[in-house]
Design a protein around this ligand. Structure first.
Ligand code: PFF
Length: 462
């Protein structure tokens, strides 16, 4: 290990940092709303299947590539490819990962910024007042269209992200993850325990866990698969980059399993919390994609201690989002460190600064600027506007294509000896190694290939 590369100080440090990357808006904002839209039960089951059969093997693959190469994505693929003509083409998945990190971070920080405003509004009592006098209904749309407000919260969130990555792996990322990830679990479990006392808890459990397969269409299956990439931070080298800081004496398969289990548990806990409240109040959810920001607050303030529950809840979402944005920036920054040979601090300021400027386009695309709001590259409803377009490109194209290439590379280009050695170092005997090989060589590429083909053919996947 070269001196300039950081390293996690413990196995738990790695698991917490990687789980922090995985757990984010994908779990707390996106999963509950797509699970709700797709009628729970069967969708949840397919999603869990996708995490187990595609997500987990690819996560192991990414960490293997990272620890083996000790490099960030672009360098990792180049270093691990046998020196044959055309081998430099394998820089492509790495470059795609950098691009994905750049794009996702730019709009993710916009949404994450809203959580900061919600914490403040909860604590100051403003949210309670607005919900009380009915003015909250108009608040959200006006807030989105308010350019200076969007810029402000986005800037604060981006600054927090840049600040943490600036201090490096051990002092920045690991320290934050060590404190914040356990805090996140505590708040979430407290809210889940609270939700068991609500009337809607039983209905929420039935909705989530009783599969109704006739309600499941092809689009829902594809959506569940695609979301498993986003939520586990796969397909763009985030886990690869974090894996490059992992110690050799730690077990890769165990870490990947722990991260996947934690991520899935959090997504399901979030659903239990939100659906219990929604069913208790018998709320009519008109627009599920805004449950987190428009429906939930109205419900919080019908409950005793609304401001406290609400403040805690948005703190939880902000924490989860921050540990994810850190990993997104780390991918782009470690590229600048490894490939452009920049010092960490210069690299962070350069990459964070350029992503910040690019992200302003998303921040102003929710009503502040007509041009950006009506930006329409893809031509589907959900993809209108700069933020919608970038999310569509990243989730539907960059991550699945990246995941496919990572699976193919690890299964077919990297030698069996190399992957076996990397997986057994820190773990011991691997009786199921051939099973993993089958998943990474055949199952994952075929399933992900099917997603990509269906997107090309225009199937509903978002
Ligand atoms: N996994 C994060 C979430 O669920 O919110 C989002 C994410 C982070 C995607 C890092 C990709 C990534 F590399």
């Amino acid at each position: 290990m070269s001196q300039s590369r950081g390293q996690w100080s413990s196995h738990m440090g790695f698991i917490l940092a990687a789980a922090g990357s995985a757990v984010g808006l994908g779990n707390l904002w996106k999963f509950p709303y797509i699970a709700y839209e797709n009628h729970g039960g069967a969708f949840v089951l397919v999603y869990i299947g996708a995490v187990a059969l595609v997500g987990l093997p690819i996560m192991i693959a990414e960490i293997v590539l990272g620890r083996r190469s000790q490099l960030s994505p672009v360098g990792a693929f180049l270093k691990l490819t046998p020196d044959r003509p055309g081998h430099r083409l394998w820089a492509a998945p790495g470059m795609l990962g950098i691009l994905a990190g750049f794009v996702i971070l730019s709009y993710y920080c916009v949404i994450a910024g809203w959580t900061l405003r919600y914490i403040l509004m909860s604590v100051s009592g403003q949210l309670a007042t607005m919900v009380g006098d009915g003015s909250f209904n108009d608040f959200f749309g006006a807030f989105l269209a308010d350019g200076p407000q969007q810029t402000l919260w986005y800037t604060i969130f981006m600054t927090l992200t840049v600040g943490v990555v600036f201090f490096g792996v051990k002092d920045g990322i690991e320290k934050v993850a060590r404190t914040l990830v356990p805090l996140l679990f505590v708040i979430l479990i407290a809210l889940a325990v609270y939700s068991t006392t609500t009337e809607g808890f039983g209905r929420a459990m039935t909705f989530l866990f009783r599969p109704n397969f006739h309600e499941l269409d092809r689009g829902a299956i594809l959506e569940a698969l695609g979301h498993s990439f986003f939520t586990l931070s796969l397909g763009m080298g985030a886990m690869l980059t974090y894996g490059s800081y992992m110690r050799r004496q730690d077990s890769i398969p165990k870490a990947a399993l722990a991260i996947s289990l934690l991520d899935t548990a959090i997504a399901i806990l979030a659903c239990i919390i939100m659906f219990s409240i929604i069913f208790t109040e018998d709320m009519e959810v008109t627009k599920s994609s805004t449950i987190l920001f428009t429906t939930l607050p109205q419900v919080f303030f019908k409950l005793p201690g609304g401001s406290i529950i609400s403040g805690f809840f948005y703190l939880l979402v902000a924490v989860a989002a921050l540990t994810s944005t850190i990993s997104l920036l780390e991918v782009v920054t470690s590229f600048a460190i490894d490939q452009l040979k920049l010092a960490r601090r210069a690299a962070v300021l350069l990459t964070g600064g350029s992503i910040y400027v690019f992200g302003l386009l998303s921040a102003w695309s929710l009503g502040a600027s007509d041009k950006l709001t009506n930006f329409n590259l893809i031509g589907r409803d959900s993809t209108v506007g700069m933020l919608g377009t970038l999310d569509y490109l990243a989730s539907n194209w960059f991550l699945p294509v990246g995941g496919l290439l990572i699976a193919v590379f690890t299964g077919w280009v990297l030698s069996r000896k190399a992957s076996h050695e990397e997986m057994s170092d820190g773990h011991g005997p691997l009786p199921w190694y051939n099973g993993w090989q089958a998943l990474i060589r055949f199952v994952a590429p075929l399933v992900v290939g099917a997603i990509i083909v269906s997107v090309i053919l225009g199937a509903e996947y978002q």
